[in-house]
Design a protein around this ligand. Sequence first.
Ligand SMILES: CC(C)(COP(=O)(O)OP(=O)(O)OC[C@H]1O[C@@H](n2cnc3c(N)ncnc32)[C@H](O)[C@@H]1OP(=O)(O)O)[C@@H](O)C(=O)NCCC(=O)NCCS
Length: 388
Amino acid sequence: MKEVVLVDGVRSPNGRAHAEKGWFRNRMPDELLVACYHALFERNPQVKPEMVEAAYIGTANQGGVTNDLGRLAWLAAGLPESVAANTICQQCPSGMSATEHAARAIMVGEGDIYVVGGVEDMDKAPKGMYIPQAVLDKYGQVPLLMGPTAEKVADMWNVNQDDMNLFAYWSNKNAAAARDAGKFKHEIVPVEGHDDAGNSFLVEHDQWIRDSMDMEAMKKMKTPFKENGKITAAMSSPLTCGACAMILMSREKADELGCSYTIKYRGGAMAGNDPTIMGVGPIEAVKKLLARTGVSIDEIGVIELNEAFASQSLAVIRELGLGTNAPFDRVNLWGGALALGHPLGQSGARIIITLNNIMKYERPDAKYGLATLCGGFGNANAILWERA
Ligand SMILES: CC(C)(COP(=O)(O)OP(=O)(O)OC[C@H]1O[C@@H](n2cnc3c(N)ncnc32)[C@H](O)[C@@H]1OP(=O)(O)O)[C@@H](O)C(=O)NCCC(=O)NCCS
């Protein structure tokens, strides 16, 4: 089996998915992905687009917007027709799944260079798509919705509001600190957007990060998913748009081309679970992955866990023995989706890009990094990375 290394990763800033207030309300999702494709090849001139075996791009709900977004964005970017692109759908883990597919293809020798990533615009995607009647009969319609799954996890895992508000507070605080220290400059590609007044400007940072967090005000927020429930907007990842792309390569090809890298792919795992508590899926995915690779959770120095909701994040963190309450010493050090946003199909790849940068710049002592996330309808993925 060949070794697989992550050569580079970039992402658009994450914008609010809102028809009037979103900075990218006048952009289509392919444009955000095109910006990432272009930046990747500009930053890595030794990698010519025609050398790429294929592009695998994850997206959750964009099938209702356009067909095969990964391919159409590739063509829109003016990249070679001879390079195939494959759009992959696995709800929120789509971008991570795309990464795993490419890594496995490299390992077995089908190709040496792949572009992988994800893209989503939750404002432009259609809402309320079809669900098979047999699935509705078994689980019910409301229990399958993301908000109600977060409420159910909070109840079943006894996660209280104070702990979730604290978690949201630290997500935003860590994200704001990382942004202000320029840490996201390693990964963010500025993209032109529009401010509230309609003026165009170069968007250089994520739109959702909240600079001021009033814990007393947060305690009084509404619970939109359940009357007298626990989950508020502050404890939920917001509706977001964004894209990202990376270059994965066999180690031998990266060395031949003189590309530098920090981490290599050690293995991936998927786990399915009850879709009405989809948020706790990473518990099983991570356990499988650790058992398969023989690495213990204590050996992992950096963890990126996608924050779909504070309830599922805390349930997963506690079950995996990573701590009890925020702040955590190795989880989401630069903030998470509660602050950065969660453009569904993008996030599974975005957290790998951030993980790579944290391992490169902030925790050079960490041997292993773990990226994991849950997904709608009970899909969860996890990937273990090792310092190369
Ligand atoms: C929770 C949710 C319904 C909120 O939607 P919304 O009402 O349009 O969201 P907003 O972001 O405008 O927030 C609502 C209010 O809470 C406020 N708010 C959000 N976070 C806050 C915080 N930390 N402190 C104080 N106020 C906050 C907003 O400012 C807003 O106030 P306003 O109405 O006075 O402007 C929506 O974000 C959602 O559905 N999230 C989950 C998405 C999802 O399912 N993703 C997949 C996960 S698997």
